[in-house]
Design a protein around this ligand. Structure first.
Ligand code: COA
Length: 330
């Protein structure tokens, strides 16, 4: 086994907007059905941010809960890393707004863009900063307001996504053996257009034409992404087991990105795990991209399903295409 990175998750938090959009909402506006959505994706409902909420607001709500859970104050945070694909504005970073909302006056703040695997990328950066002694308390957030970037005429995409935020406070380990046992990240940029928003950036600024052609909305090659995700999940699991020398039985819980229940089931079968060892909440929230892993982690912790000393695996695949996995001892 490679060296442990001696860090810990000192607190977690999450925030879901109040409005619930059931599959029946889409039945009214699209040629789809609750039966199709539930069978093909596992999703029954998802949340939608109110008009007064955006990514920085969702982030601040989740971040506040994580800071409280860690027994810290906003002044104790020295870095905020926000993973999001749905920033409030092209610039400044959404993390800058979060820093202000939370009153984290001593914190540097920046965004990380790796879509659905963004939270794992952000944790990886935080772990490096902590290990190098460059930070003491890092607030890592995954948050999305995907509803603002969805084409509600595109039935293969809009039914999948939801809004929400999850957060953790990472700090140094407090005992031997605690920390990150394995972490890997990757990207295949040849597939950058598998999931993307074509317009609104420097390559194709917004114009009347891009808006008329609905190019400011998220587009996805769903079937290609699905196949890629199943294969990549399998190889990430195999690699993590090999590098750590652990067996799936040693894991207390696997927390996968919530993209499609069929993808999660493929991972569970690969590991040969019983249903209770793989965290699933996709039926309630849909795919919340960078927010899905930290929301699910927070729910499992607050439900008393995880305890200090447990070994946990996080897994995600997202636009880029990017991916990441992490095994840690809580
Ligand atoms: C999007 C996804 C649910 C579609 O499921 P699928 O089984 O692959 O379905 P396909 O895209 O092949 O489409 C099959 C048919 O269903 C139709 N369809 C798509 N969305 C539909 C909907 N909401 N309701 C009813 N029919 C739908 C398609 O038009 C297609 O019809 P056709 O055969 O007449 O052309 C699935 O591909 C998926 O989950 N992909 C991965 C998404 C993902 O993980 N993205 C984020 C990565 S982090």
């Amino acid at each position: 086994m490679s060296d442990i990175i001696p860090v810990r998750f000192a607190g977690t938090g999450s925030y879901l907007p109040e409005e619930v959009l059931g599959n029946d909402y889409f039945e009214k506006i699209l040629d789809t059905s609750d039966e199709w959505i539930a069978t093909r994706t596992g999703i029954r409902e998802r949340r939608r941010a109110s008009k007064d909420e955006n990514t920085s607001i969702l982030s601040a709500n989740a971040g506040r809960a994580a800071i409280e859970d860690a027994g810290l104050t906003p002044e104790d945070i020295d870095v905020i890393i926000l993973a999001t694909a749905t920033p409030d504005h092209p610039f400044p970073s959404t993390a800058a707004f979060v820093q202000s909302h939370l009153g984290c006056v001593n914190a540097a703040a920046f965004d990380v863009g790796a879509a659905c695997s963004g939270f794992l990328h952000a944790c990886w950066i935080a772990a490096g900063q902590l290990q190098a002694g460059m930070a003491t308390n890092v607030l890592v957030i995954g948050a999305e307001t995907l509803s603002r970037f969805l084409d509600y005429k595109e039935r293969g995409v809009c039914i999948l996504m939801g809004d929400g935020a999850g957060a953790v406070v990472m700090t140094k380990a407090e005992r031997e053996g605690q920390g990150i046992l394995h972490a890997t990240l990757g990207c295949d940029g040849t597939k950058a257009k598998h999931i993307w928003i074509p317009a609104g950036g420097a390559a194709l600024p917004s114009s009347e034409t891009t808006v008329a052609e609905r190019m400011h909305y998220m587009q996805m090659k769903g079937r290609d992404v699905f196949k890629f995700a199943v294969v990549k999940m399998t190889s990430l699991i195999d690699e993590a087991m090999e590098k750590t020398g652990l067996s799936p039985d040693d894991l207390k819980m696997v927390i996968p990105h919530q993209s499609n229940l069929r993808i999660i089931e493929a991972a569970r079968e690969r590991l040969g795990l019983p249903a209770e060892k793989i965290a699933v909440n996709i039926e309630k929230y849909g795919n919340t991209s960078a927010a899905s892993v930290p929301i699910t982690f927070d729910e499992a912790r607050r439900a008393g399903k995880l305890a200090s000393g447990d070994k946990i695996m996080l897994l995600a695949i997202g636009a880029g295409l990017t991916w990441g996995s992490m095994v840690f001892e809580l």
